[in-house]
Design a protein around this ligand. Structure first.
Ligand code: PMP
Length: 392
C-alpha cells in the first residue's frame, strides 16, 4: 500500500547500517531452552528470572480460571470488569509488599506512565535518573510538571536538583530499582535520605527487582530495609512473576486516586482471568519456593565469573542482568547471530535502548538454567568472541 514512503528512507538507512531487526518468533514455551526456526537454543534473553512462565502451579491456576470465569472480562475495571479475583490479587500484592494497598495495571509500561501522568500537575516537579526506563520518560512527558534529570545514580547531582526545586507543590524523585540495561541497583538508601531531608516523594520502578531482590523477591525497598519509607513501589508481573502486568503498591489514598484518575486503568480492559489467576499463583510460589531465588543468584554468580574470566567487559552489574558490552552496533548484531549458530539465543541491544557506542549483548540467566547449559553458553561466547576478534 502506498502512503508510507516518508518512513522508507529511515528503514533503508537502518538496513545499510546493519541495524534493521526482524522479530524472532519462538515456537516453544519460554524456558531455559527455546525452539527458534526448528532449532533448540539456550535462552539468555528473557526476563523469566525464576522460570515461572511455565510453572505447573501457575498453568493449573490459569486453566482453572478459564474454565470457571472464561477467556476475557469484557470491560474496563471501573465499569463492569472488576472481578473478585482482581481485588484478591491486589490484596495479596499489598500484603507481599508491606503496603496499605495495591492496584494492578495491564503492563509495567502503563503502570509507570499511568501514575506519573495522573498525579502530577504544572505545580509539581519530577526529578528523574537519566537512565530510567522509557515508560517513566513517557509518563513524565505526559505530565505538565517541571522536569529535572540527574546524572545516573549520582546522588550529589540529585541533591543539586532538589535544591533547585524549592518552589513546587510536590517534588517526586523517580528511579528504576534495578537498571534494565546495566543491571546495577539504584542507591536507594541515599535517595530516601535526601527525599526525607528535602521533603520529596520517592517512586521506585522495581520491574527487574520484583522476584529477584529482597526477602522472597519483594524488591529493592525490602532489600535495603526501607519498608514504609518509599512512597510508590512499581512492580511488574511480566518478568520474574512470569505473566503480564504491572502494579502500584502504595497508600490507600494514592490507590483511590488512581482508580479515578489513572488513564490506562480507566480506559483499558482489565486482565483476563487466566492472567490474574496465574499472577496470584506466582506470589504463592515466591513465598513457598524461595530456593528458586537462591538458584537464580547462584547461576548469576557462575555465569558472570565465566564471562569475566573469558575477558569480556560486563560492566558493573549487581544483578542477574549481565551486559556483554561490545560497543559497535553492527558487530553486536553479528555477534548475536553467530551465538545463535552456536546454540545460544542472546539478543543484541543498541541505540536508542542504550547509548550510541554502548551496544551490547544483554544476558539474563534464570533459575531454570542448568550448569551444563551455562557452561555450554560460555563456550559459545568464547568461540564467537575469538571468531570476531573481540577476545584475543
Ligand atoms: N520498567 C522497566 C525498568 C522495564 O525494564 C520494563 C520492561 N522492559 C518495564 C518497566 C515495562 O514492563 P512491562 O513489560 O510489564 O510493560
Amino acid at each position: 500500500m502506498r502512503g508510507f514512503e516518508f518512513l522508507d528512507q529511515e528503514l533503508q538507512e537502518m538496513k545499510k547500517a546493519g541495524t534493521f531487526r526482524k522479530l524472532i518468533p519462538i515456537e516453544s514455551e519460554q524456558g531455559s531452552k527455546v525452539q527458534i526456526n526448528g532449532q533448540t537454543l539456550i535462552q539468555l534473553s528473557s526476563n523469566n528470572y525464576l522460570g515461572l512462565t511455565s510453572h505447573p502451579k501457575m498453568k493449573d491456576a490459569a486453566i482453572e480460571a478459564v474454565q470457571k470465569y472464561g477467556a476475557g472480562t469484557g470491560s474496563v475495571r471501573t465499569i463492569a470488569g472488576t472481578f473478585s479475583m482482581h481485588e484478591a490479587l491486589e490484596k495479596k500484592l499489598a500484603k507481599f509488599k508491606h503496603t496499605e494497598a495495591a492496584l494492578v495495571f495491564q503492563s509495567g509500561f502503563t503502570t509507570n506512565q499511568g501514575v506519573l501522568s495522573s498525579i502530577l500537575t504544572h505545580e509539581d516537579v519530577v526529578i528523574s535518573d537519566e537512565l530510567n526506563h522509557a515508560s517513566i520518560i513517557d509518563g513524565i512527558r505526559l505530565t505538565k510538571a517541571a522536569r529535572k534529570v540527574y546524572k545516573h545514580v549520582d546522588t550529589e547531582d540529585l541533591e543539586r536538583a532538589l535544591k533547585e526545586s524549592g518552589d513546587y507543590r510536590k517534588r517526586i524523585i523517580v528511579t528504576d530499582g534495578v537498571f534494565s540495561m546495566d543491571g546495577n541497583i539504584a542507591p536507594l538508601p541515599k535517595i530516601v535520605e535526601l527525599a526525607e531531608q528535602y521533603d520529596a516523594l520517592v517512586m521506585v520502578d522495581d520491574a527487574h527487582a520484583s522476584g529477584v531482590l529482597g526477602e522472597n523477591g519483594r524488591g529493592t525497598v525490602n532489600h535495603f530495609s526501607l519498608d514504609g519509607r518509599v512512597h510508590i513501589q512499581v512492580g511488574t508481573l511480566s518478568k520474574a512473576v512470569g505473566v503480564l502486568g504491572g502494579y502500584i503498591a502504595s497508600s490507600q489514598t494514592l490507590i483511590d486516586y488512581l482508580i479515578h484518575k489513572g488513564r490506562p486503568f480507566l480506559f483499558s480492559t482489565s486482565h483476563p482471568p487466566a492472567v490474574t489467576a496465574a499472577c496470584s499463583a506466582a506470589i504463592d510460589v515466591l513465598l513457598e519456593e524461595p530456593e528458586l531465588i537462591e538458584t537464580l543468584w547462584e547461576n548469576t554468580a557462575f555465569f558472570k565469573q565465566g564471562l569475566s574470566k573469558l575477558g569480556y567487559d560486563i560492566g558493573h552489574s549487581e544483578t542477574p542482568i549481565t551486559p556483554v558490552i561490545i560497543g559497535d552496533e553492527a558487530l553486536t548484531h553479528q555477534f548475536s547471530e553467530k551465538l545463535a549458530e552456536a546454540g545460544v539465543f542472546a539478543q543484541g541491544i543498541a541505540f536508542p535502548t542504550v547509548a550510541k557506542g554502548k551496544a551490547r549483548i544483554r544476558t539474563i540467566v534464570t533459575a531454570q538454567h542448568t550448569k551444563e547449559e551455562l557452561t555450554a553458553s560460555l563456550s559459545a561466547f568464547e568461540k564467537v568472541g575469538k571468531e570476531l576478534k573481540i577476545l584475543v
